[in-house]
Design a protein. Sequence first.
Length: 151
Amino acid sequence: MTAERHDQDQDQDQETATFLTAEDSVFTAQDLSRALPLYRLTTLQYDVWHTVLSEMTDGGWVPLTLEEIADRLGTKKSNISPALGRLAELGLIWRVSNGLHRINPRIAFKGSQEEWVEALSEVPADVPEVILPAYHRRPPRGGRGGLAATG
């Protein structure tokens, strides 16, 4: 591969890259992976997050029904709605209509920079601002009884 071809491929990759953001700065998928445990998601919530993230189309859209998500994860449809609700409560996603969700472009995005800017302007007012916990290390996990108490 020529250097020119490599540069063109990199430019094209950057145009369709997944942008991960936090407020006014950009952070990497690795940063998001480190921050997610701080939200104390259940295993199912974490699995649902990764499922919708992996199915994100250009513009941040996720065209999956509850049944499709449940089938992919081998669980009941009734388990998916509360998990999506928790992700929405955290501001990571929001429901657009039946079978269509959108990932908050402040967190993850697939598409061009121009599409990302447009998506940012389309975030509904009721979607909470995503605040990444500022822990220097992950809080301890709870014992058998569930999560550790927070103060």
